[in-house]
Design a protein around this ligand. Structure first.
Ligand code: PBG
Length: 325
């Protein structure tokens, strides 16, 4: 008989045998940025998360840097009046996200790794992730727009561009464009490879004002009843040159992540603990049904244990600040 209980005898012993940890360096912290100044606008469905204007964002980034978080992911939130069919505001040379990247890099330089989300859903008047044809997203005519958006972010100094539109060939289109412009060494790609069509994105769509005005995203995001396609999506992105890869959402898709990481151990794997995962914990703990700190620790460590090298989490700041992790 092996005496496993000897490893659990007291806290110090348990700590000694714990082989999975989540620390500041594991986190990528997501931000919603909006036009204006002095704005810190709470998002109702995501308590504790705000939309920031560039100036207040810089102040917040200074805080998270002090906690040791050194990677941020940016989403642009624009007014409805600037949205159009083609999502032009996403890739205009003076677009909001590029201006934000310039401001962050100007203030913090390489102390912060800046990752930008590349997708049209926040910028199109119809709220879908690309151009439409026959009421569906048209894959191939969307690719050059995603490439242009990525290029604009790269030009501004983004360290990574992260295409989340789930168009086939988007990594290749972006890689080719960046190489053509000589920006491929500076700006890498974080591929949202296995992104499932998920009800867990609900609160984000409030936050980013990006809900589709008709239909859903099931023709481009993955069906959650598929496993092998998820691995194939990861493989295809790596083949196209993805530098980092991602599975999203995190918790419900840890099997996909584990298998993907096992198959491609040398490619950094990112897990996105999405808005619904965050809001679910917030709501249940507010009701007093669950203990927030314990639930958050268990969730984040489980995601890391399953194979994540990095975790995108709305809880990153609280985890380090409030609970001193
Ligand atoms: C699309 C995008 C979404 C999320 C990240 N990028 C929404 C969607 O695909 O519907 C969701 C993130 C979250 O729920 O936290 N640009």
């Amino acid at each position: 008989m092996k005496r496993f209980r000897e490893y659990r005898i007291d806290q110090a012993t348990r700590d000694r045998y714990a082989d999975v940890k989540v620390t500041a360096n594991d986190f990528i912290y997501p931000y919603f940025v909006t036009e204006g100044t002095g704005i810190i606008e709470p998002i109702a469905s995501m308590p504790g998360i705000n939309r920031y204007s560039i100036d207040t964002l810089l102040t917040d980034i200074a805080e998270v840097l002090k906690l040791g978080i050194n990677k941020v992911l940016l989403f642009g939130v624009v007014e409805n009046c600037v949205k159009d069919e083609k999502g032009s505001a996403a890739y205009a040379p003076d677009n909001l996200v590029s201006r934000t990247v310039v401001a962050i890099k100007g203030q913090f330089g390489d102390k912060v790794t800046v990752i930008t989300d590349v997708c049209l859903c926040e910028y199109t008047s119809h709220g879908h992730c690309g151009l439409l044809k026959n009421n569906d997203v048209d894959n191939d005519s969307t690719l050059p727009l995603l490439a242009e958006m990525a290029y604009q972010h790269a030009l501004a100094g983004a360290d990574f561009v992260a295409p989340s539109a789930m168009m086939d060939g988007q990594i290749e289109a972006i890689k080719t464009k960046l190489a053509k412009e000589g920006l491929h060494q500076k700006t890498k790609t974080l591929a949202y490879s296995a992104k499932y069509a998920s009800a867990f994105y609900g609160p984000f769509r409030d936050a980013a004002d990006s809900a589709p005005s008709f239909g859903d995203r099931k023709t481009y995001q993955m069906d959650y009843r598929t496993l092998h396609q998820g691995i194939e999506e990861i493989a295809a992105d790596i083949e196209e040159g993805a530098d980092w890869t991602m599975v999203k959402p995190a918790k419900q898709y840890m099997d996909v992540m584990s298998r993907g990481k096992a198959k491609f151990p040398n490619i950094p794997m990112v897990a996105y603990q999405v808005s619904g995962e965050y809001s679910m914990i917030k709501a249940a703990t507010k009701m007093g049904y669950l203990d927030e700190k314990r639930i958050v620790f268990e969730s984040l460590i489980a995601i890391k244990r399953a194979g994540a090298d990095y975790i995108i989490s709305y809880y990153a700041k609280e985890y380090l600040e409030k609970w001193n992790a």
